[in-house]
Ligand binder design. Structure first.
Ligand SMILES: [Zn+2]
Length: 123
C-alpha cells in the first residue's frame, strides 16, 4: 500500500492524496460490476476507473503496468496491509504536513527496479 501525492491522485480522490493497495495484475479480477466501470487515461498508458453508477473510484488495470492500484477507501474491512511509503512527495499539496516515519520519495517509484521499498518481499 502506498500514499501518492501527485496532482492526478489528488484530483481523482478529491482529497489531499491517494492511498492505494497494489496488487499484481495476474492476481486481480473483477468479481462483479465490471461492465459498470468507466475508465479514463489520466496519463499515457495509465488508466483510472470510476463506477458509472455512483462515481466511486474503482480499480482499472493499465496494460503493461507492474501493479493494479486498488483505491484503499473502497476496500471493505481491514485489508491487513498498511501504507509502506509516500511517493510524489515533491508534488504534495502545500497544506499537507507529514508526521509519520514512512519513507518518502519525491518521484513515482512503483515498478522501478532500483527502488528499495520496505516490505517488497513480503507478498
Ligand atoms: Zn498519484
Amino acid at each position: 500500500m502506498n500514499i501518492c501525492h501527485c496532482s492526478l491522485c489528488r484530483k481523482q480522490t478529491g482529497t489531499s492524496f491517494g492511498v492505494f493497495a497494489q496488487v499484481k495484475p495476474e492476481d486481480f479480477e473483477y468479481v462483479s460490476g465490471a461492465s459498470l466501470v468507466e475508465r479514463f487515461e489520466s496519463s499515457p498508458g495509465n488508466f483510472r476507473g470510476f463506477c458509472s453508477v455512483c462515481g466511486s473510484s474503482v480499480p482499472a488495470p493499465s496494460p503493461g503496468r507492474p501493479g493494479v492500484p486498488i483505491p484503499a477507501g473502497t476496500i471493505e474491512g481491514d485489508p491487513r496491509v498498511r501504507p509502506a511509503f509516500h511517493m510524489m512527495v515533491g508534488s504534495k499539496a502545500p497544506w499537507v504536513e507529514l508526521h509519520d516515519e514512512l519513507p518518502r520519495f519525491d518521484e513515482f517509484v512503483l515498478g522501478h527496479e532500483d527502488a528499495h521499498l520496505p516490505n517488497s518481499d513480503d507478498d
